[in-house]
Ligand binder design. Sequence first.
Ligand code: COI
Length: 353
Amino acid sequence: MAISIKINKTQSSRIHLCDFDNIEFGKIFSDHMFRVDYKDGEWQKGEISPYGEISMAPSISALHYGQAIFEGMKAFKGADGNPQLFRPLENFKRFNISAQRMGMPSITEELFMNGLKELINIDRNWIPTKEGSALYIRPFMFATDDFVGVRPSSNYSFIIFCCPVNSYYPKPIKVKVEQKYVRASEGMAGYAKAAGNYGISMLPSMEAKKLGYDQIIWTDGRTHEHVEESGTTNLFFVVDDNLILTPALDGNILQGITRDSCIKLLKKEGYTVEERKISIKEIISFAKEGRLTDCFGTGTAAIIAKIEAIGYEGEDYILPEADKRKVSNWLYSTIYGIQTSKVEDSFSWIEKV
Ligand code: COI
Protein backbone atom coordinates (compact mmCIF):
# COMPACT_ATOMS: atom_id res chain seq x y z
CA MET A 1 0.00 0.00 0.00
CA ALA A 2 1.41 3.39 -0.97
CA ILE A 3 1.43 5.95 1.82
CA SER A 4 1.71 9.65 1.26
CA ILE A 5 4.44 11.65 2.93
CA LYS A 6 4.41 15.43 3.30
CA ILE A 7 7.60 16.87 1.85
CA ASN A 8 9.05 20.16 3.04
CA LYS A 9 12.49 20.61 1.51
CA THR A 10 15.18 22.92 2.85
CA GLN A 11 15.74 26.26 1.12
CA SER A 12 19.46 26.19 1.88
CA SER A 13 21.39 22.93 1.66
CA ARG A 14 24.34 22.54 4.03
CA ILE A 15 26.15 20.08 1.77
CA HIS A 16 28.93 22.56 0.94
CA LEU A 17 29.87 22.52 4.65
CA CYS A 18 30.70 18.81 4.51
CA ASP A 19 34.34 17.96 3.79
CA PHE A 20 33.76 14.57 2.18
CA ASP A 21 37.50 13.81 2.31
CA ASN A 22 37.66 14.14 6.10
CA ILE A 23 34.43 12.88 7.60
CA GLU A 24 34.28 12.18 11.31
CA PHE A 25 31.70 9.61 12.38
CA GLY A 26 28.36 11.07 13.46
CA LYS A 27 29.20 14.77 13.48
CA ILE A 28 27.57 16.11 10.34
CA PHE A 29 23.98 15.46 9.33
CA SER A 30 22.35 15.49 5.93
CA ASP A 31 19.80 18.14 4.97
CA HIS A 32 16.57 16.31 5.86
CA MET A 33 14.92 13.98 8.32
CA PHE A 34 11.78 11.89 8.24
CA ARG A 35 9.34 12.03 11.14
CA VAL A 36 6.05 10.35 11.92
CA ASP A 37 4.15 10.50 15.20
CA TYR A 38 2.02 7.86 16.86
CA LYS A 39 -1.13 9.04 18.66
CA ASP A 40 -4.68 7.82 19.35
CA GLY A 41 -3.48 4.27 18.66
CA GLU A 42 -2.21 4.88 15.12
CA TRP A 43 0.61 6.29 13.06
CA GLN A 44 -0.12 9.73 11.63
CA LYS A 45 1.02 11.18 8.31
CA GLY A 46 4.80 11.18 7.88
CA GLU A 47 6.79 14.26 6.97
CA ILE A 48 10.20 14.96 5.52
CA SER A 49 11.54 18.30 6.72
CA PRO A 50 14.90 20.03 7.12
CA TYR A 51 17.15 18.31 9.71
CA GLY A 52 16.96 20.31 12.92
CA GLU A 53 16.02 20.52 16.56
CA ILE A 54 12.82 18.96 17.82
CA SER A 55 10.77 20.09 20.79
CA MET A 56 9.54 17.81 23.55
CA ALA A 57 8.11 18.00 27.04
CA PRO A 58 10.67 17.65 29.86
CA SER A 59 8.63 14.81 31.36
CA ILE A 60 8.73 12.31 28.47
CA SER A 61 9.52 8.77 29.59
CA ALA A 62 12.19 8.33 26.91
CA LEU A 63 14.28 10.79 28.93
CA HIS A 64 13.44 9.43 32.37
CA TYR A 65 12.93 5.71 31.93
CA GLY A 66 14.65 5.02 28.62
CA GLN A 67 11.64 4.01 26.54
CA ALA A 68 13.62 4.53 23.34
CA ILE A 69 14.98 2.25 20.60
CA PHE A 70 17.06 2.71 17.46
CA GLU A 71 18.56 1.09 14.39
CA GLY A 72 21.75 1.57 12.38
CA MET A 73 21.72 1.19 8.59
CA LYS A 74 23.75 2.44 5.65
CA ALA A 75 23.14 3.67 2.10
CA PHE A 76 25.74 3.39 -0.64
CA LYS A 77 26.00 4.37 -4.28
CA GLY A 78 25.70 1.43 -6.64
CA ALA A 79 27.50 0.88 -9.94
CA ASP A 80 24.82 2.99 -11.67
CA GLY A 81 25.39 5.88 -9.24
CA ASN A 82 22.00 5.40 -7.60
CA PRO A 83 21.46 4.92 -3.86
CA GLN A 84 21.12 1.40 -2.50
CA LEU A 85 20.55 -0.15 0.92
CA PHE A 86 21.99 -3.27 2.54
CA ARG A 87 19.36 -5.72 3.90
CA PRO A 88 16.99 -2.93 5.06
CA LEU A 89 14.13 -5.33 5.80
CA GLU A 90 16.27 -6.98 8.47
CA ASN A 91 16.61 -3.63 10.23
CA PHE A 92 12.88 -3.07 9.93
CA LYS A 93 12.16 -6.49 11.50
CA ARG A 94 14.68 -5.97 14.30
CA PHE A 95 13.24 -2.51 14.99
CA ASN A 96 9.85 -4.05 15.72
CA ILE A 97 11.44 -6.78 17.87
CA SER A 98 13.04 -4.00 19.94
CA ALA A 99 9.74 -2.09 20.03
CA GLN A 100 7.90 -5.15 21.31
CA ARG A 101 10.45 -5.69 24.12
CA MET A 102 10.17 -2.04 25.20
CA GLY A 103 6.35 -1.99 25.20
CA MET A 104 6.21 0.32 22.18
CA PRO A 105 3.95 0.11 19.11
CA SER A 106 5.27 -1.62 16.03
CA ILE A 107 5.72 0.41 12.87
CA THR A 108 4.39 -0.73 9.51
CA GLU A 109 6.76 -1.87 6.80
CA GLU A 110 5.24 0.74 4.44
CA LEU A 111 5.94 3.63 6.78
CA PHE A 112 9.45 2.48 7.66
CA MET A 113 10.52 1.66 4.10
CA ASN A 114 8.75 4.52 2.29
CA GLY A 115 9.98 7.12 4.77
CA LEU A 116 13.47 5.69 4.54
CA LYS A 117 13.61 5.49 0.75
CA GLU A 118 12.06 8.93 0.23
CA LEU A 119 14.60 10.45 2.63
CA ILE A 120 17.58 8.72 1.00
CA ASN A 121 16.37 9.76 -2.40
CA ILE A 122 16.07 13.41 -1.38
CA ASP A 123 19.49 13.39 0.35
CA ARG A 124 21.18 11.15 -2.27
CA ASN A 125 23.97 13.71 -2.87
CA TRP A 126 25.07 13.20 0.73
CA ILE A 127 26.13 9.59 0.06
CA PRO A 128 29.92 9.64 0.09
CA THR A 129 31.84 7.43 -2.32
CA LYS A 130 35.38 7.36 -0.93
CA GLU A 131 36.62 3.85 0.01
CA GLY A 132 35.12 2.83 3.36
CA SER A 133 32.52 5.59 3.49
CA ALA A 134 28.70 5.44 3.44
CA LEU A 135 25.63 7.39 4.45
CA TYR A 136 24.82 6.16 7.95
CA ILE A 137 21.10 6.05 8.68
CA ARG A 138 19.67 6.30 12.17
CA PRO A 139 15.97 5.36 12.58
CA PHE A 140 14.76 5.71 16.17
CA MET A 141 11.58 5.83 18.21
CA PHE A 142 10.92 7.36 21.61
CA ALA A 143 8.04 7.78 24.04
CA THR A 144 6.55 11.30 24.08
CA ASP A 145 3.71 11.36 26.65
CA ASP A 146 3.88 14.51 28.79
CA PHE A 147 3.65 12.37 31.95
CA VAL A 148 6.23 11.37 34.52
CA GLY A 149 4.58 8.23 35.95
CA VAL A 150 6.07 4.88 35.03
CA ARG A 151 3.85 3.29 32.40
CA PRO A 152 4.16 2.72 28.65
CA SER A 153 3.57 5.96 26.77
CA SER A 154 0.54 6.39 24.50
CA ASN A 155 2.39 8.73 22.14
CA TYR A 156 5.63 8.16 20.26
CA SER A 157 7.79 9.77 17.60
CA PHE A 158 9.66 7.85 14.93
CA ILE A 159 12.47 9.77 13.21
CA ILE A 160 15.11 8.90 10.65
CA PHE A 161 18.16 11.09 10.06
CA CYS A 162 21.38 10.43 8.18
CA CYS A 163 25.05 11.31 8.35
CA PRO A 164 27.89 10.70 5.91
CA VAL A 165 30.52 8.55 7.65
CA ASN A 166 33.82 6.77 7.29
CA SER A 167 34.60 3.60 9.18
CA TYR A 168 33.64 3.79 12.85
CA TYR A 169 37.06 2.52 13.93
CA PRO A 170 39.76 3.99 11.68
CA LYS A 171 42.32 1.53 13.08
CA PRO A 172 42.42 -1.84 14.88
CA ILE A 173 41.17 -1.70 18.45
CA LYS A 174 42.32 -2.90 21.85
CA VAL A 175 39.54 -4.47 23.90
CA LYS A 176 39.30 -5.26 27.61
CA VAL A 177 37.31 -8.22 28.89
CA GLU A 178 34.76 -6.68 31.29
CA GLN A 179 34.19 -8.77 34.40
CA LYS A 180 32.69 -6.28 36.81
CA TYR A 181 29.75 -4.66 34.97
CA VAL A 182 27.00 -6.55 33.08
CA ARG A 183 25.17 -5.53 29.90
CA ALA A 184 22.38 -8.12 29.92
CA SER A 185 21.30 -11.33 31.56
CA GLU A 186 18.50 -13.84 31.03
CA GLY A 187 15.12 -12.11 30.69
CA MET A 188 16.60 -8.67 30.18
CA ALA A 189 16.62 -6.72 26.91
CA GLY A 190 20.03 -7.72 25.55
CA TYR A 191 18.65 -8.66 22.14
CA ALA A 192 16.88 -5.31 21.70
CA LYS A 193 18.49 -2.23 20.25
CA ALA A 194 17.32 -0.26 23.26
CA ALA A 195 18.96 3.06 24.10
CA GLY A 196 19.64 1.96 27.69
CA ASN A 197 21.78 -0.98 26.56
CA TYR A 198 24.24 1.58 25.22
CA GLY A 199 23.81 4.03 28.12
CA ILE A 200 25.04 1.42 30.59
CA SER A 201 28.18 0.85 28.53
CA MET A 202 29.45 4.41 29.04
CA LEU A 203 31.02 3.97 32.49
CA PRO A 204 32.70 0.59 31.79
CA SER A 205 34.09 1.91 28.50
CA MET A 206 35.33 5.11 30.20
CA GLU A 207 37.12 2.96 32.77
CA ALA A 208 38.59 0.76 30.01
CA LYS A 209 39.77 3.88 28.12
CA LYS A 210 41.64 5.08 31.21
CA LEU A 211 43.55 1.78 31.07
CA GLY A 212 44.40 2.30 27.38
CA TYR A 213 41.63 0.22 25.73
CA ASP A 214 39.26 1.35 22.98
CA GLN A 215 36.35 -0.89 23.88
CA ILE A 216 35.13 -3.60 26.23
CA ILE A 217 34.04 -7.18 25.66
CA TRP A 218 30.94 -7.89 27.73
CA THR A 219 30.76 -11.21 29.54
CA ASP A 220 27.68 -13.06 30.81
CA GLY A 221 25.96 -11.77 33.94
CA ARG A 222 26.04 -15.03 35.91
CA THR A 223 29.63 -16.21 35.70
CA HIS A 224 31.53 -13.56 33.73
CA GLU A 225 33.14 -16.50 31.96
CA HIS A 226 31.47 -16.33 28.57
CA VAL A 227 31.99 -13.61 25.99
CA GLU A 228 28.91 -11.87 24.62
CA GLU A 229 29.51 -8.77 22.46
CA SER A 230 31.59 -5.61 22.50
CA GLY A 231 30.17 -2.17 23.30
CA THR A 232 29.38 -1.52 19.62
CA THR A 233 29.73 -4.82 17.72
CA ASN A 234 29.16 -8.58 17.73
CA LEU A 235 32.31 -10.68 18.09
CA PHE A 236 34.14 -13.32 16.03
CA PHE A 237 37.23 -15.36 16.96
CA VAL A 238 39.23 -17.25 14.31
CA VAL A 239 41.22 -20.32 15.28
CA ASP A 240 43.98 -21.63 12.98
CA ASP A 241 42.55 -19.49 10.17
CA ASN A 242 39.69 -21.92 9.54
CA LEU A 243 37.48 -22.45 12.59
CA ILE A 244 35.29 -19.44 13.33
CA LEU A 245 33.64 -18.99 16.71
CA THR A 246 30.92 -16.47 17.53
CA PRO A 247 28.63 -16.26 20.58
CA ALA A 248 25.20 -17.82 19.96
CA LEU A 249 22.08 -15.63 19.93
CA ASP A 250 21.02 -16.55 23.46
CA GLY A 251 18.75 -13.55 24.03
CA ASN A 252 21.49 -11.49 25.63
CA ILE A 253 23.24 -10.28 22.50
CA LEU A 254 22.13 -8.21 19.55
CA GLN A 255 21.03 -10.13 16.45
CA GLY A 256 23.55 -8.34 14.26
CA ILE A 257 22.76 -8.07 10.55
CA THR A 258 26.47 -7.80 9.71
CA ARG A 259 27.02 -10.78 12.05
CA ASP A 260 24.46 -12.82 10.11
CA SER A 261 25.95 -11.69 6.77
CA CYS A 262 29.44 -12.76 7.91
CA ILE A 263 28.20 -16.19 9.00
CA LYS A 264 26.46 -16.76 5.66
CA LEU A 265 29.49 -15.61 3.63
CA LEU A 266 31.93 -17.66 5.70
CA LYS A 267 29.84 -20.84 5.43
CA LYS A 268 29.49 -20.35 1.67
CA GLU A 269 33.27 -20.01 1.46
CA GLY A 270 33.66 -23.35 3.26
CA TYR A 271 34.65 -22.20 6.74
CA THR A 272 33.36 -23.98 9.80
CA VAL A 273 31.37 -21.50 11.87
CA GLU A 274 30.33 -22.43 15.40
CA GLU A 275 27.67 -20.28 17.06
CA ARG A 276 27.85 -21.29 20.69
CA LYS A 277 28.77 -20.36 24.25
CA ILE A 278 32.41 -19.27 24.19
CA SER A 279 34.42 -19.12 27.37
CA ILE A 280 37.03 -16.39 27.64
CA LYS A 281 39.47 -18.98 29.05
CA GLU A 282 39.16 -20.97 25.81
CA ILE A 283 39.96 -17.84 23.76
CA ILE A 284 42.92 -16.98 25.97
CA SER A 285 44.27 -20.56 25.62
CA PHE A 286 44.08 -20.26 21.82
CA ALA A 287 45.87 -16.91 22.06
CA LYS A 288 48.60 -18.39 24.29
CA GLU A 289 49.12 -21.27 21.84
CA GLY A 290 49.38 -18.80 18.92
CA ARG A 291 46.23 -20.30 17.39
CA LEU A 292 44.00 -17.20 17.63
CA THR A 293 44.79 -16.02 14.11
CA ASP A 294 42.11 -13.34 13.88
CA CYS A 295 39.52 -11.62 16.04
CA PHE A 296 37.07 -8.90 15.03
CA GLY A 297 33.83 -7.15 15.79
CA THR A 298 31.01 -6.81 13.26
CA GLY A 299 28.33 -4.13 13.03
CA THR A 300 26.70 -1.71 10.63
CA ALA A 301 28.80 1.25 11.69
CA ALA A 302 32.07 -0.64 12.07
CA ILE A 303 31.49 -3.25 9.31
CA ILE A 304 34.55 -5.25 10.43
CA ALA A 305 36.51 -3.89 13.41
CA LYS A 306 39.81 -5.73 13.74
CA ILE A 307 40.88 -6.40 17.29
CA GLU A 308 44.62 -6.02 17.84
CA ALA A 309 44.79 -6.95 21.53
CA ILE A 310 42.57 -8.54 24.17
CA GLY A 311 43.11 -7.44 27.77
CA TYR A 312 42.22 -10.11 30.31
CA GLU A 313 43.10 -10.24 34.02
CA GLY A 314 45.76 -7.56 33.64
CA GLU A 315 47.50 -9.22 30.67
CA ASP A 316 47.32 -8.12 27.01
CA TYR A 317 47.09 -10.87 24.39
CA ILE A 318 48.34 -9.52 21.06
CA LEU A 319 46.87 -10.73 17.78
CA PRO A 320 48.57 -11.08 14.39
CA GLU A 321 49.19 -7.90 12.39
CA ALA A 322 45.99 -6.45 10.93
CA ASP A 323 46.95 -6.48 7.24
CA LYS A 324 47.99 -10.16 7.46
CA ARG A 325 44.53 -11.27 8.64
CA LYS A 326 43.02 -13.67 6.13
CA VAL A 327 39.44 -13.85 7.39
CA SER A 328 38.69 -10.29 8.51
CA ASN A 329 40.30 -8.75 5.42
CA TRP A 330 38.33 -11.05 3.13
CA LEU A 331 35.07 -10.38 4.98
CA TYR A 332 35.54 -6.62 4.91
CA SER A 333 36.29 -6.49 1.19
CA THR A 334 33.43 -8.87 0.40
CA ILE A 335 30.77 -7.10 2.48
CA TYR A 336 31.82 -3.56 1.52
CA GLY A 337 32.23 -4.81 -2.06
CA ILE A 338 28.63 -6.12 -2.10
CA GLN A 339 27.37 -2.91 -0.49
CA THR A 340 29.01 -0.80 -3.21
CA SER A 341 28.30 -3.25 -6.09
CA LYS A 342 31.96 -4.15 -6.63
CA VAL A 343 31.37 -7.77 -5.58
CA GLU A 344 28.54 -9.95 -6.82
CA ASP A 345 25.48 -9.84 -4.55
CA SER A 346 24.88 -13.58 -4.54
CA PHE A 347 22.50 -13.46 -1.54
CA SER A 348 20.38 -10.60 -3.01
CA TRP A 349 21.10 -8.35 -0.06
CA ILE A 350 21.06 -5.08 -1.97
CA GLU A 351 17.86 -3.12 -2.27
CA LYS A 352 17.74 -0.21 -4.70
CA VAL A 353 16.16 2.98 -3.42
C1 COI B 1 25.65 0.35 14.46
O1 COI B 1 26.61 -0.35 14.14
O2 COI B 1 24.88 0.80 13.62
C2 COI B 1 25.35 0.65 15.85
O3 COI B 1 24.24 0.93 16.16
C3 COI B 1 26.47 0.66 16.81
C4 COI B 1 26.75 1.97 17.36
C5 COI B 1 27.35 3.01 16.53
C6 COI B 1 26.14 2.31 18.61
